[in-house]
Ligand binder design. Structure first.
Ligand SMILES: Nc1ncnc2c1ncn2[C@@H]1O[C@H](COP(=O)(O)OP(=O)(O)OP(=O)(O)O)[C@@H](O)[C@H]1O
Length: 651
């Protein structure tokens, strides 16, 4: 099979003729690139899409310098891997072909392929022809003078690529970053406390009334900051009281606002997180005194997309923007670690300058599926307005200790705590490269216990019981594909269930017996279901089935024919599990060489557990994870190289 790209570059199947037949090539790189970019594609550092975008952009301005194309292709690759930009002076150390395990990403390269090619490039087995950086005709200079590239923050606004202080951006990401940078800094640095609509003395009274205990100083601080500054970043691990603080913060601001009632927006990046936020805030408000409850009024949490008002045919422009701002006085965003740079830029642009924004989240968790690690960057970069809650109220100490060791990057302690075991933690260390049957006894027992509880509740149409059973145990993995991936292990779980449970045996393909856990994989406003929601198939008592979703206290029942795209969920990626918690969690680690094995992944997996976490993986894999923090390149933590005179263009 041979083809031609839109700009006429011949495409030929990857073959031994290119001299790279000895390399394990990821399945997502079926084509041969030519010229300077060829060895980078062959090594798996770039994929066809990176090269295609670079060539198309170059064709528009007749850019012939292959080094510029390489820089642009690397900028495209950076976004694919979650970074906002690429630093040319760091590219030689880049790992290759991260299967970033993003749900919905088009390619699904197997774990083994990634690992093999990763070691090939980063280990230096394949020397890559990196251009010389410095000098008047070096790589930096070539990129900066290209007609494709705007040089510096003040460079022309109509070029698709931007160079800023050694970082190369696709320009739209630069503009998003500049928006976030200017609007957040402006909210904490230039803010005038006298402009606050909340009287300081009244706020102090409310703070002491709502948080009377001596131990709660950080939570009090969070409320004071949110009343004083137009931007607060409220962080903390699980169970540190973030949601409790949000509810009381809303009550404090509502009861102390001068000049009319407080208009509040509660939002989260996913429908599921929004539903959880609403439930938790409502529950907390019920415990407050009637005057505070009355000041707040009814609360309704929504997704960020819905808050901003999606416009048809685009995912990056919204009804509310800098020209038509949101009406709210207080905008609270939960699970902010999952918010991409672009969405954060749109949100900040749409909030009125005088309104108060509170970004809540855990910056140590995995970042958004799309580019950016905005919450972590803001925590590192903002000179004020960041409040971190540290006292754990809910978590058992064993889990909290373990999570904290991972968060600190202390591999010795993490391994020691896991090995010591206890009521809440367990390490299963397989003797071989893959877990053997004897390593899987505990996982199998948890799977069967949860499966039986699901099936029993489902047979009697007990929606609350089934939804409770759904949160009993979850198997989490780093990869989607391959022997350490979701597809593989979901099949193993299904096999175990079929062995143990007669009703699961011999069923027709696609017929889901009562008790099947389902995952929604697309948003469906009509059925009020969101991508990532999970439910359980129930017997409806009259020969049919119905699927229960939502909170066990208020289940929502949906007929199968009304469902959006769903799939059985016997295992999920850690990314997917973000925003949910389960009584027991098993995390099955990939081999130590996997580029997905990061500190954030392990921390996120561990903190999904409320009662018990089981880690299946060798010591080397645990250590690699703890010692490998994700590095997403962005400029948010860097100072601007020169003053930026122009306001960022919206969109
Ligand atoms: N100051 C406090 N004193 C005592 N208990 C508290 C305090 N703050 C919160 N809690 C309790 O701690 C538990 C966890 O609080 P909360 O749900 O607010 O934490 P969180 O940080 O939002 O956790 P997660 O991120 O897991 O949702 C709740 O049961 C809450 O009632």
């Amino acid at each position: 099979m041979t083809g031609t790209t839109a700009h006429g570059t011949p495409l030929t199947p990857m073959a031994a003729e290119n001299g790279t037949s000895g390399l394990a090539l990821p399945g997502s790189v079926p084509w041969r690139a030519e010229g300077l970019l060829a060895p980078f594609v062959a090594a798996g550092l770039l994929v066809a899409a990176d090269v295609h975008v670079a060539r198309r952009l170059a064709a528009v301005v007749a850019e012939a310098d292959e080094r510029v194309l390489l820089a642009v292709a690397l900028a495209v690759r950076a976004v694919r891997g979650g970074s906002v930009c690429v630093r040319l002076d760091e590219v030689a150390a880049l790992p290759v072909d991260e299967d970033i395990a993003t749900e919905g990403a088009a390619s699904g390269s197997a774990a083994s392929g990634s690992a093999a090619s990763g070691s090939a490039a980063s280990g230096g087995a394949v020397p890559l022809p990196w251009p010389d950086l410095a000098g008047p005709d070096g790589w930096h200079a070539a990129v900066r003078r290209s007609r494709l590239v705007a040089d510096g923050p003040e460079g022309p606004a109509d070029r698709p690529v931007r160079w800023v202080d050694g970082r190369v951006y696709l320009d739209r990401y630069w503009r998003d970053e500049l928006t976030v940078r200017t609007l957040t800094a402006g909210r904490v640095v230039a803010a005038s406390p006298s402009a606050s609509a909340h009287d300081g003395a009244a706020v102090e009274g409310a703070v002491l009334r709502l948080f009377p205990r001596a131990d709660d100083e950080r939570q009090r601080d969070a409320v004071r900051t949110a009343a004083r500054l137009p931007l607060t970043v409220l962080t903390g691990g699980p169970g540190t009281g973030k949601t409790t603080t949000v509810a009381r913060l809303v009550a404090a601001l509502a009861s102390t606002r001068t000049g009319g009632p407080l208009r509040v927006a509660l939002a989260a990046p996913t429908g599921k997180a929004a539903a959880r936020l609403q439930e938790s805030v409502e529950a907390e408000l019920r415990g407050l005194d009637p005057a505070d409850r009355a000041a707040v009024g009814p609360v309704r949490a929504t997704t960020l997309h819905r808050l901003l008002g999606p416009l048809p045919g685009t995912t990056t422009r919204f009804r509310h923007d800098a020209g038509r701002r949101l009406p709210h006085d207080l905008v609270v965003v939960d699970e902010s670690s999952m918010v991409s740079l672009t969405l954060m830029a749109r949100l900040l642009a749409a909030v009125r300058p005088g309104a108060h924004v509170v970004l809540v989240g855990d910056p140590d968790q995995l970042s958004s599926v799309e580019a950016g690690a905005v919450l972590a960057d803001l925590v590192a970069a903002l000179p004020a307005g960041v409040v971190r809650l540290e006292r754990v109220h809910r978590f058992g100490t064993e889990l909290a200790e373990l999570a904290e060791a991972v968060r600190r990057g202390d591999a010795d302690t993490a391994v020691a705590l896991l090995r010591a075991g206890g009521a809440s933690r367990e390490l299963v260390e397989p003797a071989g490269p893959r877990p053997a049957a004897e390593d899987l006894g505990g996982l199998r027992a948890d799977v069967l216990a949860a499966g039986r509880a699901l099936t029993e509740a489902a047979r009697t149409a007990d929606a609350a019981g089934a939804l409770t059973a759904l949160a009993r145990h979850r198997l989490l993995l780093a990869h989607r594909q391959g022997p350490a991936g979701v597809a593989w292990w979901a099949a193993v779980v299904e096999h175990w269930l079929a062995e143990a449970e007669p009703s699961w045996r011999g069923r027709a393909p696609c017929a889901w017996p009562p008790g099947t856990p389902l995952l929604v994989t697309e948003n469906d406003p009509v059925a009020a279901l969101s991508n990532g929601d999970t439910g359980v198939v129930l017997d409806d008592g009259s020969g049919g089935t119905v699927v229960a979703f939502g909170d066990p206290a208020a289940p929502v029942l949906v007929r199968p024919y009304r469902l959006p795209a769903v799939q059985p969920v016997h295992a999920m990626t850690v990314h997917r599990g973000q925003g949910s918690q389960f009584a027991r969690v098993t995390v099955l680690l990939p081999p130590a060489a996997s580029p997905l094995l990061t500190r954030e992944l392990l921390y996120t997996a561990i903190t999904r557990a409320r009662e018990h976490v089981r880690v299946i993986g060798g010591e080397e894999a645990v250590r690699r994870a703890v010692e490998q923090p994700v590095r997403r390149a962005s400029g948010l933590r860097e100072p601007l190289p020169s003053s930026v005179g122009t306001a960022p263009r919206p969109g």
